[in-house]
Write a protein that binds this ligand. Structure first.
Ligand code: HPA
Length: 250
């Protein structure tokens, strides 16, 4: 039986339906502690590891997350695939609030994050191939599940994710630049997570929930209250997708 890890983002800090096998608290790795306890449990016949990326309760800012420890801890506990859940802003005109996308590419605009294991200290210098940042087989599995759901909005089976530094949201000019670069979505946590998973050789894909139009994509300013409203309904759809995914995994 495969062990699937879920990294929950904003709005997904716990997965109540898990039949808990073990709560791994105070896990440590050679690179520090992960953001939260890791819950090992069963869901629809699949073994899951659940980690809250921003901690539980949500308290760790995107640029302060110890991404290296998070992924190392999941690997230590036997994660064979990782599904990341990310709340994002929508840049593409299809990417309206509530829309779900399974991105196929990523551009990294973050700075100063510990973004590799191959730093010559933890591991010898090395250069991984990152042409296709997300695992195509896992992406297709997620897309097949999405196609069968009765979702409130259309989903996208592709998308370019622009990873920004945060924690502030972007200026309109920054979003215009990302759009010119080809980005469809903008979020703060996609990198270095995706690259670290590749360095550990763990297939990784992301389910992105659009929680607001990116800066300048609506005449309104972005408020956390508006975002919270979308997060609460959208994350229940994301949970439905994850439940269905677990039913179809062996
Ligand atoms: N920008 C960056 N990250 C985000 C956004 C956004 O508009 N919405 C949710 N995460």
């Amino acid at each position: 039986m495969q062990t699937i890890a879920i990294i929950g983002g904003t709005g997904l800090t716990e997965f109540e339906e898990l039949e808990v096998i073990q709560r791994h608290n105070q896990i440590s790795t050679d690179l520090g502690a992960p953001s939260s306890d890791i819950i090992e449990g069963m869901l629809n016949g699949t073994k899951l590891l659940f980690l809250a990326r921003h901690g539980h309760p949500h308290a760790v800012a995107p640029h302060k997350i110890n991404y290296r420890a998070n992924l190392l801890a999941l690997q230590q506990l036997g994660a064979e695939k990782i599904i990341a859940v990310n709340a994002v802003g929508g840049i593409h005109s299809n990417a309206i609030a509530g829309h779900i996308s399974v991105p196929h590419q990523i551009i990294d605009y973050t700075q100063g994050r510990e973004n590799t294991y191959f730093d010559g200290v933890f591991k010898d210098l090395d250069h991984i191939d990152f042409s296709h940042p997300y695992d195509e087989e896992l992406r297709q599995q997620l897309i097949q599940i999405l196609a069968k759901q009765n979702l409130e909005h259309n989903y996208s089976d592709f998308g370019i994710y622009g990873a920004t530094q945060g924690p502030r949201l972007e200026s309109i000019a920054e979003i215009n630049r990302l759009e010119k670069d080809g980005c469809d979505l903008v979020g703060m946590t996609g990198m270095p997570e995706a690259a670290l998973a590749r360095e550990l050789n763990i297939p990784y894909a992301s389910l992105c929930l659009v929680v607001n139009p990116a800066a300048g994509k609506s005449s309104d300013l972005i408020t956390m209250d508006d975002i919270r409203l979308v997060v609460s309904s959208g994350m229940s759809e994301i949970k439905t997708i994850l439940r269905a995914f677990c039913e179809h995994t062996d």
